[in-house]
Ligand binder design. Structure first.
Ligand code: FAD
Length: 448
């Protein structure tokens, strides 16, 4: 027999947990939170590596120090999370060419300025669709290793320099790296204490079920029936789906009746970005480890090939760990090969930069967000000119199915605070619907 509750929440990442919090604050405690993996947090996920805690997913609290306070920064302060300031802008002055020489800062600055101008021009030509002048005529395509490297940093990391991004405009331009042995997830556990039973930092509440993979949502005017991979059934008035856009695009969850065409189109049309942080542990340091050398770039002939590097000495002094970030095609390529092969490639790049005598890494960690069937990517990627219909359709409920998660946040998609704020928005919309539903029931009772 199905288990009955008022609302089923699918997914215990930040958006799903925030939804449960808002429901609880409004007196709705009769919920079930179903989480496919073996822990809460979703894309906030730590792992022990090389003697410290590293973050496989979200690492930064982005958007701090502005006029408005970032709610995730508030949560971090409340839970005493240890963070350290990151200055990405240094990266452009620490660019190594394929033979290991650092590009003089004048050349780097010139290339950077050229790339920003070209990106702005490209945007302007997209802006007015009636402008028929093609991008190729107005801007040059990056070709040399330094142009490719800068193009990669600009487009895969720093678009804020080209176009205002709500996160930085609203919350400020500073970014803080979470460097806490308890992990970024600590703020989620702190938040969960307010509405779930916990004991010694562990959630013991039977309303949270881990290792529970939702496979089907049946829905009608009267309610929803949620089925899981292990054959359990949950009957509820509503369901909140917080799974990622990548999961919605996959066939993990089926809907009966199927989702309407406008919803399916919106899901299909939203891009998924893959972003992979590879961690490497060394017996000793051979890289410059001053704070302003935290980020460094390798300019290869191939765009995005082990381009963006970070040392962890600011976060964890003495940890001897380097992180290299890959995106999209390179991420997928590396996910499909052995970690040994990836280690070999990364070591070759490091030897190009720092010489043949550097020691081999003693350990490597390669997260696989793309091949993880509960994620299928790292985060949603809206075009710079957001199509408002697309955002609207992504988050619009379908009958009793409500959608939440970073991908439903118009202003902050792709960020932890996007997940948090979307959890609040979606739940407020659901509470409004529940009130209307109660009103309708009362009316029909009065009539009888
Ligand atoms: P999720 O955290 O993905 O939660 C959804 C949950 O649903 C998951 O726990 C999943 O296991 C579960 N689930 C999926 N399918 C099912 C199913 N069928 N049944 C039951 N449960 C299911 N943001 C920042 O602000 N700063 C950063 O520095 C940053 N860096 C990032 C780096 C990486 C590598 C990645 C992957 C993300 C990064 N992000 C960053 C983005 C940020 O992590 C996300 O925006 C945010 O955590 C998403 O939260 P969510 O609740 O929307 O989704």
């Amino acid at each position: 027999t199905p288990r009955r509750c008022s609302v089923v929440i699918v997914g215990a990442g930040i958006s799903g947990l925030t939804a449960a919090k808002v429901l609880s604050e409004n007196g709705v405690d009769d919920v079930m939170i179903l989480e496919a993996s073996d822990k809460i947090g979703g894309r906030i996920r730590k792992e022990e590596f090389g003697g410290v805690t590293v973050e496989l997913g979200a690492g930064w609290i982005a958007g701090v120090g502005g006029k408005q306070s970032n709610p995730v920064w508030e949560l971090a302060l409340q839970s005493n999370l240890r963070t350290c300031f990151s200055d990405y802008s240094n990266a452009r002055y620490n660019i190594y060419d394929p033979s290991g020489k650092i590009f003089p800062s004048g050349i780097a600055a010139d290339s950077y300025k050229k790339a920003v101008d070209s990106a702005i021009q490209k945007l302007r030509s997209q802006e007015g669709n009636n402008n028929h002048e093609s991008f190729a005529e107005t801007t040059s395509t990056p070709k040399t290793p330094i142009e490719l490297a800068i193009d990669f940093i600009l487009h895969d990391f720093e678009m804020a320099e080209v176009e205002p991004i709500s996160t930085y405009v609203d919350f400020g331009e500073r970014e803080f790296l979470v460097a806490d042995e308890r992990g970024y997830e600590h703020l989620l556990y702190k938040m969960a204490e307010n509405f779930l039973f916990t004991s010694e930092g562990k959630i013991t509440d039977s309303r949270l079920e881990l290792n529970t993979v939702v496979r089907e949502v049946q829905h009608s005017r009267n309610g929803v029936l949620v089925s899981t991979e292990d054959g359990s059934l949950y009957e509820a008035n509503y369901v909140i789906l917080s799974v990622s856009i990548g999961v919605l695009q996959s066939d993990l969850i089926s809907f009966t009746p199927p989702l309407p065409r406008w919803k399916m189109e919106a899901i299909r049309n939203l891009d998924v970005m893959v972003y992979t942080k590879i961690f490497l542990k060394f017996p000793y340091k051979f890289w410059p480890c001053e704070p302003e050398k935290e980020f460094f770039i390798y300019a290869h002939e191939r765009r995005g090939y082990y381009t963006f590097w970070q040392h962890m000495e600011n976060a964890y002094p003495g940890s001897n760990i380097l992180v290299v970030t890959l995106t999209n095609g390179e991420s997928k390529r590396v996910e499909s090969q052995s970690d040994q092969e990836t280690l070999r490639e990364a070591m070759q790049v490091l030897r190009n930069m720092f010489g043949p005598d550097i020691p081999d890494a003693t350990d490597i960690l390669v997260p696989r967000w793309w091949n993880n069937r509960f994620q299928r990517g790292s985060y949603s990627n809206y075009p710079i000119y957001v199509n408002h219909q697309l955002v609207h359709d992504i988050k619009e409920p379908v009958g009793r199915i409500f959608f939440t998660g970073e991908h439903t946040s118009e202003k902050f998609s792709g960020y932890v605070h996007g997940g948090y704020l979307s959890g609040i928005d979606t739940t407020n919309a659901l509470l409004e619907e529940m009130r209307k539903d109660d009103g309708r029931k009362n009316e029909s009772q009065a009539f009888l």
